[in-house]
Write a protein that binds this ligand. Structure first.
Ligand SMILES: [Cu+2]
Length: 457
């Protein structure tokens, strides 16, 4: 069901074509490419900016600094606990009166969202942006890097040519840079047959995870990857999952969207005690019904957001008859799990990777592609694949009585949507969240963006 072989063969041919396509899309009006467009390298500037966490509000909401080393000095001036997340770096939870320095490392020109991760606080407006602007004075953002409040058409670049060059260069890192993407998570997890059970071993462990080239975070993982390895079984299988906890904190596994006995549901302290560091817990259940599910920690939101999530599917979803009549194949040419996240150390990401490190997908005109979207983040994300029309065939693993068309499909936290796409036209088709600030910054595409490369038949 994978297209690994074909996609591998296609790479050499496609890389050049893709580079040409992206250039074609973005190069209009491009003039000489100034070296300094990316901004930060070797600038040697170090900035410290002060920021207060007030009552569900950042003060100031927008701050700025020049490219280089950036530290934000954060004080909780409110009466309740807050924290702050920027670019996947996060403060600990700050008690009233606490001050902490959040070191962000070397930042290039761009706009970086920042928000409090305490549930509900971001939604209540506790967010803002860090603007990295050429020659800016560290401090509150004044709109242009100057103090006159003028509109910043070039987003901190001196000219539109420099801005466009930075955007193009960022986009072009996507495909030519396949080598730099590092490991992808979500690979199939092998099992052993033991006593009539399909027995899987899942080790909860800290691991360095490269979210995008050069941005390596200390993630909470199952078996070292984000997402965790994917578990697949058939209806009627007896399933045993041995959870080994090598984390510094207690954890559990909850089988989201999967029918299990109550004592296997992974919710401490109701159904089990939390599995302490160094301990094991054995989950056993019969796979009673088809499912498109998730397995994740149920012991603290941050464990999930920081990477403790993976997919678990039971059985095989069928192409509905009504879509066979429209040229969809009964058996999809490939099946893709696409897990969304937007917080924790992982941040805005598709399958644990942020553009340009996201995995490109490759197919051929005429292919039928089945995609299972799952959302493990804190916000809803309307996922949009350019060009092919998608048909939603299942919601939360249950087949719809009538498929619904959708080129943009909003997926709330915890939801799963199964969508069939028919690849109809060749090209490089962008595939991204349509909350535009989840997909593009002032210096180009980032976060929840990938592409489907469709080769001619
Ligand atoms: Cu989004």
């Amino acid at each position: 069901m994978t297209s690994d072989d074909r996609s591998f063969l296609n790479w050499a041919a496609m890389a050049i074509a893709v580079a040409a396509l992206f250039l074609g899309f973005f190069a209009i009006g491009r003039v000489g490419a100034p070296e300094q467009a990316a901004g930060s390298e070797g600038s040697g500037t170090a900035s410290v900016i002060e920021l207060d966490l007030g009552a569900l509000k950042l003060s100031p909401e927008h701050i700025m600094a020049p490219p280089g080393q950036v530290t934000v000095r954060i004080t909780n001036t409110d009466a309740q606990v807050h924290n702050l997340s920027i670019m996947g770096s996060r403060t600990p939870d700050l008690q009233p009166g606490d001050t902490v320095d959040l070191e962000l490392g070397e930042l290039a020109v761009g706009v970086y969202p920042m928000f409090c991760e305490i549930p509900g606080h971001n939604e209540a407006g506790m967010n803002g942006n860090l603007h990295i602007i050429m020659n800016a004075e560290p401090g509150p953002y004044t709109g242009s890097g100057t103090s006159d409040g003028a509109v910043d058409h070039f987003h901190g670049f001196d000219t539109w040519e420099e801005m466009q060059t930075a955007m193009d260069e960022r986009a072009l890192r996507f495909l030519p840079d396949v080598e730099a993407k590092g490991e992808f998570g979500g690979q199939p997890l092998d099992y052993e047959m033991v006593d009539g059970y399909k027995q899987f071993v899942v080790t909860a462990q800290l691991a360095d995870w490269e979210v995008e080239p050069g941005r390596i975070v200390e993630a909470y993982t199952y078996n070292g990857t984000v997402p965790a390895p994917s578990i697949h079984v058939e209806v009627g299988d007896m399933v045993r999952v041995i959870l080994k906890n090598e984390l510094p904190t207690p954890t559990t596994i909850h089988w989201h969207g999967i029918r299990v006995p109550n004592e296997m549901d992974g919710v401490p302290p109701f159904t089990q005690a939390a599995v302490e560091p160094g301990q094991e817990f054995v989950y056993e259940f019969e796979a009673l019904e088809p499912a498109v599910g998730i397995y994740h920690s149920h012991n603290g939101a941050s464990q999930v957001l920081d990477g403790l999530f993976g997919t678990m599917t039971i059985g095989q979803m069928q192409t509905p008859e009504v879509l066979l009549d429209q040229g969809f194949k009964a058996t999809p040419d490939q099946e893709i799990q696409m897990t969304l996240n937007d917080a924790g150390v992982i941040g805005l990401s598709l399958n644990g990777k942020s553009f340009p490190a996201t995995q490109p997908y490759v197919g051929t005109v005429g292919d039928t592609v089945m995609v299972h979207y799952q959302n493990e983040g804190l916000m809803a994300h309307p996922m949009h694949l350019h060009q092919p029309l998608g048909w939603i065939i299942a919601k939360d693993g249950k087949e719809l009585l009538v498929p619904i068309p959708g080129d943009t499909i909003n997926i709330a936290p915890g939801e799963r949507y199964t969508v069939l796409y028919k690849l109809v036209d060749p090209g490089v088709w962008a595939w991204h969240c349509h909350i535009l600030t989840h997909a593009e910054r002032d210096d180009g595409m980032f976060g929840m963006v990938t592409a489907f490369i469709v080769n001619p038949a």
